[in-house]
Structures are given as C-alpha cells and as structure tokens.
Ligand binder design. Sequence first.
Ligand code: SAM
Length: 261
Amino acid sequence: NDASFDVPTRPEDFDWTDHFPEFLQEWRERQQQQQPEAAAAPASGDAADGSSTAAPASTSAPSSSSSPSEQPLVRFVDIGCGFGGLLVKLSTIYPDTLMLGMEIRDKVSEYVRERIAALRREQPGSYRNASVMRTNAMKYLPNYFHKGQLTKMFFLFPDPHFKAANHRRRIINTHLLTEYAHLLAPGGWLYTISDVPELGEWMRSKLESHPLFERVSEEELAADPAAGLLALSSEEGQKVARNGGATFRNVYRRLAAPRQL
Ligand code: SAM
C-alpha cells in the first residue's frame, strides 16, 4: 500500500544516485576534468560590477561558460512499466538519456530492478541510464519531477478499468493530462497504446480535447525510434501480438501554449 512509499516532498529533495550510480559518477568526473576550478570554488553570485544598467538580474546575460552545467535529469518515464520491456529497448537507443519506469506492484518493480542490474553486469557500460521505481504514478509524479523536465512519457497498455464507475481510475484523464502537461517540456511527446478499442478511443478523445496537446502526425511517428517500439517492446504488447490482437496508438505533443478548441 501507499504508506510504504517513501516519497520526497519536492523533486529537489530526491537523490538519484542510487538509481543511476555509474552514469552520474561519470558525469561528475567529466565535470571536474572540464572545469576543475568551478568544481572547487564556491558558486559565485552575480558580479556587482557597478554598472548602471537597470536590467533586473533575471534578464541579465546567462552566467559565464565556466559555470558547471546542471546535473542530468530523468527525461523519459514509462508509467506502469510492468516488466520493463520498453525501458530495456529505449535504454540502448538513447544511451545518454536518463529514463525511469514507474510501477505500483512491488514484486513487478523488484523484477525490473533485478533485470536492469543483471543487464548492467552482463554488458558493462550499458543500461546505466535506465532505472525503475515502485510508486503510485497517479499520485506522486510532481514529487519527483520538475515542471517541464520530461521529454517523453509512455503509457503502454494501461489497465482498462472497464466499468463506468471506475473510469476515474484510468491513468489518462483530463485532470491527470493537465499534470502530465505541466511535467512535459513544450514539444515533449506523450505516447499511448492499447489493445482495448474503447480505451484507445478514450485516450484519443481525452488528448484531442485537451488544449495543451496536439496529435503527432504519422510522418513524424514514422521517423521516431520510440514510436516504433510501442506495439511490440513491452510484455503486454508481445502478448497481444501473439494473440493476433489489434492495437490503437495515440501520440500527442505538449504545446507551448494552449490551442483554441
Ligand atoms: N506497460 C506494461 C506493458 O505494456 O507490458 C504493463 C501493462 S499492465 C496492463 C499495466 C501496469 O500498470 C501494471 O503493471 C500495473 O501494476 C501498473 N499500474 C497500474 N496503476 C498504476 C499506478 N497508479 N502507478 C504505477 N503503476 C501502475
């Protein structure tokens, strides 16, 4: 149950080192090689140069190129990642991007954790950018991610919750889409796929009627490596394919500003 989750109050309170130890260590070492003085010296504030410009600090030029760059952040999330098939595929296609599977079932998330650990051992240098977390993604995403941090969110074969009384439990709904839009960077993509026609149509209609999303064209999808993975990379997708089932894919882009409906 949720009580056993140790949830950070704010994203900046969460330490990602345990999820991506080698990836972050290598990044820190690179930073030190490139900017030994920046790593050693305390961060300096804006120089008080006595100039008479009236510009407020927030509009002044960005700090000099010697300041250390920001620590890498998680950019892709696989919501309800199940056994982790998508993550494992994405990890080698986007080796420089941090990605996280989020899964509410304890045993399933533990399986994915061990799967990734085994892959890291077997193929040193690979899979360092992928990890998994046990959490309720319908409740806690803003505790882990900043506004505009994510560039891709995946929802593969989410639970259908067929009964009308349970539709509010669907992980794509208007309220949660507003939260996902908040966490996605403008231009970021939200990927959905289902083998349940009614749920596919539900997700399409919720996205279509949300002012902060627009449909990604088939041409763009054809050129996107991740879009091609939706139907067949995850364990649920493979099961559907074995049974010869049809799938319904809906991928939408987060707009920079609300569109007219
Ligand atoms: N995406 C995987 C795939 O395609 O193989 C799994 C699909 S499975 C039908 C749906 C998954 O979502 C289950 O593993 C379930 O435990 C997980 N899930 C459901 N509600 C969730 C929530 N609120 N937060 C995180 N995971 C959730």
